[in-house]
Design a binder for this molecule. Structure first.
Ligand code: FAD
Length: 397
């Protein structure tokens, strides 16, 4: 049996970020992933805002930050748009396979070890350690460590193996489906394009995330309980846009997105959970790359304190859950209310909003500079013919 200081299960953004931080602190860290290639297949539209580059200390590299983005265009069900465009780059669309490989190379350079085709089949506590059974390239191996960081994504089973139920409830999961399309045009390649409406995309939105000239991730995220599949709605959307339907598919991606069932506890004895496995995703737009990397780094910080104190108890590791809510979770809980707001809007509401609210209004609201009274006045003026909408907006804000 091989023994490590910390074992991380899952080599996605959460796991690779945790591995790099542990290795920086000279902790003997091993990352196991069942995939045969890091970053592949991607389950992602690959958008990452500039704020995350700053927060995570990432420098955009031409190798993986492939398309600079200057803002977003939001479309109502009938196609009216509100365009938010900045003069400076606001984020990038990534080539995630290259991005994750760059994260992996960085972690290994710092001293972490990674093993692929390593599917963790079971985990149990034994004499203060966790012992895991792994199917590694067809061979059964055992590893042990006093601490496991479960970064095993939306299908997470590791926490459950160690007695913590992290099952997602159906209303808190979106279903994502996407084609990488090439040979398409007719949209501004400097913007992300988001299409709203209950007919188009129940509870969610369709997107075009430009990736290269004439190539984009065209996808959809919808409520997991929607009547039809995400593929059905996406195909319908593409069929109604001749500039997209003439394209060819070069990749198909699908996956679930945990959008709001935040966990009260993301730790137990010998265990921390980070990333999608801990439901750490923005409940409004479903973005989780930055949030999972931040959480992976935080888990590594608490893990290294646990190693220094040789304390892997639930009590000590509870610091992680506490710190995550203070750093990000409480803010995301507020944003969950935004998702609930979107769920209440009818297609007629979306049209009315598109007619009345300007890009300037959206920026003013998003800036956080308006107090509650100023927001009420803005909405009351703009939405005078729909007092019901003012009520919904104010409840959220
Ligand atoms: C369609 C779609 C579009 C999205 N678009 C965006 C976007 O544009 N921007 C954004 O920020 N986020 C987006 N997301 C969300 C983002 O992809 C996730 O939040 C992010 O990947 C979470 O990272 P993670 O490391 O927690 O999990 P993952 O990236 O899912 O990594 C988990 C890893 O664990 C491994 N694993 C699981 N079980 C085991 C096991 N038993 N043994 C060994 N290994 C195991 C898996 O193979 C996997 O590599 C999107 C998601 C979807 C589905």
């Amino acid at each position: 049996m091989e023994e490590y200081g910390v074992i991380i299960i899952g080599a996605g953004p959460a796991g690779l970020s945790a591995a790099a931080k542990l290795a920086e602190r000279k902790i003997n860290a091993l990352v196991l992933d069942r995939k045969q290639e890091i970053g592949c297949p991607k389950r992602c539209a690959e958008g990452l805002g500039l704020g995350w580059f700053r927060r995570l200390g990432l420098k955009p590299s031409k190798e993986w930050a492939v398309m600079p983005i200057y803002g977003a265009a939001l479309y109502s069900p009938l196609g009216k748009s509100v365009v938010l465009k900045a003069k400076k780059v606001a984020g990038y669309v990534l080539e995630r396979k290259m991005f994750e490989k760059a994260l992996a190379i960085d972690a290994v350079k710092k001293g972490a070890k990674i093993r692929l085709k390593s599917n963790v089949k079971s985990a149990r506590r034994e004499n203060g350690n966790v012992v895991i059974d792994v199917n590694e390239l067809g061979e059964i191996k055992q590893y042990s460590a006093p601490l496991i960081i479960a970064c095993d994504g939306i299908d997470s089973r590791i926490a459950r193996m160690l007695g913590l139920d992290t099952t997602n409830k159906l209303p808190d999961v979106d279903s994502g489906f996407q084609y990488e399309l090439t040979g398409i045009d007719g949209y501004d390649e400097k913007l992300l394009h988001l299409y709203f409406g209950n007919e188009i995309s129940p509870r969610g939105y369709c997107w075009i995330f430009p990736k290269r000239r004439g190539t984009a991730n065209v996808g959809i995220g919808i409520a997991g309980y929607a009547e039809k599949t995400a593929k059905y709605y996406l195909d319908k959307f593409i069929a109604s846009h001749p500039n997209l339907s003439k394209g060819s598919i070069i990749e198909v991606n699908s996956g679930g997105i945990p959008v709001g069932g935040f966990l009260e506890k993301m730790h137990s004895d010998n265990l921390l959970i980070a990333g999608d496995a801990a439901h750490q995703v923005d409940p409004i737009h479903g973005g989780g790359i930055g949030i999972s990397m931040e959480a992976g780094a935080l888990a590594a910080e608490v893990a290294s304190e646990a190693v220094a104190k040789n304390d892997f108890s639930e009590k000590f590791l509870g610091k992680y859950t506490q710190k995550w809510y203070a750093l990000r979770g409480n803010q995301l809980k507020k944003r969950l209310k935004g998702r609930h707001l979107l769920e209440k809007l009818s297609d007629a509401d979306f049209e009315y909003l598109a007619d009345s609210i300007t890009a300037d209004d959206v920026l003013k609201i998003a800036s956080g500079d308006l107090d509650k009274k100023a927001k009420f006045i803005l909405f009351a003026k703009k939405l005078v013919k729909r007092p019901g909408l003012v009520k919904i907006m104010m409840k959220y804000l």
